[in-house]
Write a protein that binds this ligand. Structure first.
Ligand code: IPM
Ligand code: MG
Length: 358
């Protein structure tokens, strides 16, 4: 199989982790007889520095012309003073919207080897953590109106949250379909005791539920959900929620699995072209020090093979190799619990060494 992958190294630790993921993809290609080619794309702070724009049109076009997009991370304190519409994060938001990837899938799964790295009590962890957050990605407050006005001698910041029924319905379907392929339990998370968007959300979810009688739908308020994720994470199978709630809950969910550095994500729209990125940020404090954990990005590459290229055996091969290096006790600093650790490059090398056909 021949595929062209648009590659966004981005800012901070982005380049280091993406380099390891590409080396893993090349090793898998060699093992299974595929050809992956790569097109570099500037996005985020790096693009702003070079082009004065965090996502120039031509760069978006390169992504749209590719078979899929692999992204490291964007942003950092260097661009704190940049106007809102030129910030690195704005490049990412425009990329997500430009690609139409409305469905962001973030698995929260504990690797048994890392159970000790979870900040939760052992008896909670032992009940199991294995759920998926399906986050709406191109609507809501992230894409509403943003402005600051002068009023009575002070400034007022305004951000608007809006959702249409069809935006809710298409992400709701992904939630139900995802649950159908797993434990058949879908928890719809909103703030319907306060927000109109959430009341609409809840109504649409219940409407959809009639089409999925095999899936058990429950509702949960987002504040309660934040609590339940640390109290009893084993209760969750699939969570479906709007953009900002999903952003916040997915960071929380990643932390209980031991490290945010380990969590991959896929973002898909109606076609097969996806955007694959670890859920962590650009970690500028450790950038360039060979300290980053490349596993989130490597597992994102595995998700790309599985969901965009329909190569499940190759995806399994990567996931097995990650599990093998964890079994062997290899740890980057984030998952070492203060113990001995290896660097980003070494972790990538060990994973490549463990790639074998199943
Ligand atoms: C994420 C990140 C982004 C988001 C930022 C970088 C814009 O936090 O992917 O979770 O809020 O979506
Ligand atoms: Mg986030």
């Amino acid at each position: 199989m021949k595929k062209n992958i648009a590659v966004i190294r981005g800012d901070g630790i982005g380049p280091e982790i993406v380099n390891e993921a590409i080396a893993v993809l090349d090793a898998v290609a060699a093992l299974y007889g595929h050809t992956f080619t790569y097109t570099d794309v500037d996005m985020g702070g790096a693009a702003y520095d070079k082009w004065g724009d965090p996502l120039p049109q031509e760069m978006l076009q390169r992504c749209l012309d590719s078979d899929s997009v692999l992204l490291g991370a964007v942003g950092g304190p260097k661009w704190d003073g940049v106007p809102g519409d030129k910030r690195p994060e704005k490049g990412l938001l425009r990329l997500r919207a430009g690609m139409g990837v409305y469905s962001n899938n973030r698995p929260a799964k504990i690797w048994p080897q890392l159970a000790a790295a979870s900040p939760l009590k052992r008896e909670v962890v032992d009940k199991g953590i294995d759920f998926i957050i399906v986050r709406e990605l191109i609507g809501g407050i992230y894409f509403g109106e943003h402005r600051t006005v002068e009023e009575n001698g002070q400034r007022r910041g305004i951000d608007t949250m809006t959702y249409t029924e069809s935006e809710i319905r298409r992400i709701g379907r992904i939630g139900f379909e995802t649950a159908r392929k797993r434990g058949k339990r879908l928890c719809s998370v909103e703030k319907s005791n306060v927000l109109d968007c959430s009341r609409l959300w809840k109504a649409v979810m219940h409407d959809l539920a009639k089409e999925y009688p095999d899936v058990e739908l429950s509702d949960m308020l987002v504040d309660n959900c934040a609590m339940q994720i640390v109290k009893d994470p084993a209760q969750f199978d699939v969570i479906v929620t709007e953009n900002m709630f999903g952003d916040i809950l997915s960071d929380e969910a990643s932390m209980i699995t031991g490290s945010i550095g380990m969590i991959p994500s896929s973002s898909l729209g109606d076609g097969t072209r996806g955007l694959y990125e670890p859920i962590h940020g650009s970690a500028p404090d450790i950038a360039g020090k060979d300290l980053a954990d490349p596993i989130g990005t490597i597992l994102s590459a595995a998700m790309m093979l599985r969901f965009s290229f329909d190569l499940p055996a190759e995806a399994d091969c990567i996931e097995r190799a990650v599990s093998a290096v964890l079994d062997a006790g290899c740890r980057t600093a984030d998952i070492a619990d203060g113990g001995p650790h290896i660097g980003c490059r070494e972790m990538g090398r060990r994973i490549r060494e463990n790639l074998t056909k199943g």
